[in-house]
Ligand binder design. Sequence first.
Ligand code: MG
Length: 345
Amino acid sequence: MWQWQDVVLTIINFGFMVTAIPAVKQGTAEVSLAALDDAAVIDDIVFSTDSHTVQPLIFPGGSIGSLAVCGTINDVAVVGGSPCALSAAFIIEEGFSLDTFEIIVKSMAHTADKAGVPIITGDTKVVEKGAIQQFMINTSGIGKRSEVLDKNITEVKRHRKFTQRWLLDSNLSEGDVLLLSGNIGEHGIALLSFREGYGFETAIKSDIAPLNGLMGKLLAEGGIVSAKDPTRGGLANTVNEFSEKSKVGVLLNEDSIPIPEGVRSACNILGIDPLEIGNEGKVILGVVKEKADDVLAVLKKHPLGKHAAVIGEITNKVSGVVMQTTVGGKRIVRKPLGDPIPRIC
Ligand code: MG
């Protein structure tokens, strides 16, 4: 039975809801809404949902369809789940082009097929002209606990005390090392540039990719305590979430953060910080220091991890997120303020 709290849930910001309305019941969830992690866990089933509204709908490197599929697969995978099925629900403005719809649906099917995660249920609603901006997709995904996750945790416990069963943002502790799977900034810059006509997108394409295959290989190597995809708000947001939820200091090394030259120059011209730009095919991993080299080697062998690097460490010598800069100073890396509008994910 729906109650007023449920209605509020659908119309206001998630984080606000969790803090303002503690009455929303979490049942037996092992990882609940309150954790504000990439996905929830109940009865060893990983569960995530996300709504996607992006302009333009088709852009260099992908579409709202591939974005929705990858976004949901990745949120399940970075908590440590093995994604096994997706749902897709479309809300379509009256008069929407059937050709564009076909392109979007085909890109969803292709991406889901490539990732090995089928879309097994869905829904379509058409709304009157002007009610929404063209087209929106909601995707949900479920995943299972896997043997490689258990193997990974056994490996972590060989090196330090660890009591968690999933790769949560709150799992980091002193001495852990942060790894990034590759170049940052490509999705946000490609989309922004294409939309506004800046022209950078000829050299920069969105990095949209499903990360479940890569996560499986990384877990098989072992030693990973936390993982998160640096989507909205980019690396700056992700690392601050690690710091806040784990209650640890993070020291980043600017020189080691892989930023492609095209992204760097676009950011300089547009006055944007590349650390704050959303990515759709990258993961930031917290790893026990004894396994950092092995995990980095697995990343570099994988097509999605060619530019992987160790980018920082967890240390109580700093509070919050601090970056050692190229010129030799230190700067505080804050969470970006607000969301980019129009949206890029
Ligand atoms: Mg995420």
